[in-house]
Design a protein around this ligand. Structure first.
Ligand code: C5P
Length: 413
């Protein structure tokens, strides 16, 4: 870890510590955050104080540790709402299954949950628990709910556990949490990450004035590009013809036909970390493009079509491929068809949506998505495409980071 990467000078981190054995690592975490230059205030749940003393974290943070929502002395110095406003980032490490459940339920029954609900800044949890508790459907559901609300989950990692078992549930190491905190505060969650997106329809020429296209507006792809950029990613957007301006800070490459989109993607995909295929690529194109306008001489005519390249399949087939996300526009059973597509296309994640009729999707400002990945799925309810894009990016970030942890050959960035 280089010093430049972990510079937290002037940054204010509110560290929540909840009651699990990993709470002992909070001491190292406070030291690491302080060493990087952060001003750290610690809030402990009563369970946490059974594993590590408030005095230890007070000595290391340089500030009294807060535990009680109704402590008149502390409330007089800095009330809980002020504390919630004070933080540039809230990190709860370790976050127990119980804490996640209370937060997911929207409870504010102690100081830490109250702060997490009151704060307008980003909240990250570093879960730590027995692997069975992490795998329990209640915890999985709570994690999904928290993710949908924009709360980031860092970890857990897999490995040996204090209880003697092995599996997912270990808290990320303090160094890793300091690194991630620095990255979010300096550059956004995706600082240093390269994202390539396709968006919009393609336009397949028949002759110089006519073409085949579809109803895609490009709105979802453009909203995703913006959401990725807001998280600090470097974003390149390869788009078919749309009536939209590129979000500030996003590199736009305009193309017309699928074959041009494919070339533009293949030229840029090397070294990219995340690829999102949002474009509604025409499946077929005319075999021959007439040089001049076709005259209406005959009563009928036919156009011979040939298959277009599958751009997403081309990217997933690469040896050193990025984390790949595809879309599936379905008129029925989005979960079932989406899952089939996820497997057949070999992508890491599929965002399936219903199109046609009164549903969201093409040409609409709103949409709803069923997001599927290996071993998991979540539903992002109907909302405007800007909000939906933010929620989807959140899901992508989580899976992307989890993949980096699961695959030690590609360490988290
Ligand atoms: O096979 P289908 O068209 O339903 O797959 C949809 C997904 O594949 C979308 O993510 C779309 O952007 C991508 N795709 C592509 N190139 C094609 C067709 C689809 O990248 N020729």
């Amino acid at each position: 870890m280089t010093e430049a990467m972990t510079d937290l000078s002037g940054k204010r981190v509110l560290l929540g510590v909840t009651g699990g054995i990993a709470a002992y690592k909070a001491a190292e975490l406070v030291r690491g955050l302080r060493k990087a230059g952060a001003d750290v205030r610690v809030v402990m749940t009563s369970g946490a104080t059974r594993f590590i003393t408030p005095l230890t974290l007070q000595a290391l943070s340089g500030w009294p540790v807060r535990q009680d929502l109704f402590d008149p002395a502390h409330e007089a110095a800095m009330g809980h709402i002020e504390l919630a406003r004070w933080a540039d980032l809230v990190l709860v490490a370790p976050a127990t299954a119980d804490f996640m459940a209370r937060l997911a339920a929207g409870m504010a029954d102690d100081l830490l949950t109250t702060l997490c609900i009151a704060t307008e800044t980003r909240v990250f949890l570093a879960p730590a628990m027995n692997q069975g508790m992490w795998r329990n459907p209640a915890t999985r559901d709570n994690a999904a709910v928290l993710g949908r609300r924009g709360i980031g989950l860092w970890g857990p990692a897999e490995g040996d556990q204090a209880c003697g078992e092995t599996g997912p549930g270990r808290m990320l190491e303090a160094d890793e949490l300091v690194l991630r905190t620095a990255r979010v505060l300096k550059e956004g969650t995706l600082g240093g990450v390269r994202v390539l997106l396709t968006a919009g329809p393609t336009r397949e020429a028949i002759d110089p004035v006519r073409y085949i296209t579809n109803r895609s507006s490009g709105k979802m792809g453009f909203a995703l590009a913006k959401a990725f950029r807001n998280q600090g990613a470097h974003v390149e957007l390869v788009s078919g013809p749309v009536d939209l301006s590129p979000p500030a800070g996003v590199e736009l490459v305009s193309v017309e036909q699928a074959v041009d989109m494919e070339s533009a993607v293949m030229e840029r995909v090397v070294g990219c970390d995340i690829f999102v295929a949002c474009a509604a690529v025409a499946d077929y194109r005319p075999v021959k493009v007439a040089h001049h306008k076709i005259k209406k001489d005959s009563e009928s005519m036919s156009i011979e079509l040939t298959r277009n390249p599958d751009i997403l399949a081309g990217v997933t087939a690469l040896r050193d491929r990025p984390f790949c996300v595809g879309f599936a526009a379905e008129t029925q059973h989005p979960e079932e068809y989406g899952e089939r597509k996820r497997i057949s296309k070999g992508v890491d994640m599929i965002a399936a949506n219903l199109v046609g009729g009164d549903q969201g999707g093409f040409e609409r400002d709103e949409n709803a998505l069923t997001v599927l990945w290996e071993g998991g799925c979540t539903f992002l309810p109907m909302s405007d495409k800007g909000r939906l894009a933010e929620a989807l990016v959140q899901q992508i970030v989580e899976r992307y980071e989890a993949n980096s942890i699961e695959d030690p050959r590609s360490p988290p960035r």
